[in-house]
Design a protein. Structure first.
Length: 99
């Protein structure tokens, strides 16, 4: 038995709607993946920035100790305090339940 053309059109519409729905989900998943990639890149950048900061502070500390200059040591202490406060605030603001 052959189906009438109008029945086939109904099936095509149903299949087409399901395909549209599946394709839409794929686009949503791709958007989520792209967002995740951005978050990973940003986190990597933040981690690298922290490493650079710590390496810079170590170099300043080494120089201050080598100079045996109390003013330089005090300047370094103030710089460490400021960096610690900024880093703590940034970590808190970007931690679930924080900020």
């Amino acid at each position: 038995m052959r189906r009438r053309p109008d029945q086939n059109e109904g099936w095509f519409r149903i299949i087409n709607r399901k395909l549209d729905r599946l394709l839409g989900q794929g686009v949503e998943n791709m958007a989520t993946l792209a967002e995740l990639e951005v978050e990973v890149r940003e986190a990597t950048t933040v981690h690298e920035s922290v490493i650079v900061l710590l390496n810079g502070l170590k170099q300043l500390l080494d120089e201050a100790i080598a100079s045996q200059d109390p003013a330089k040591l005090e300047e370094l202490r103030a710089s460490l305090d400021e960096s610690t406060n900024r880093l703590s605030a940034a970590a808190e603001a970007n931690t679930p339940g924080g900020g």
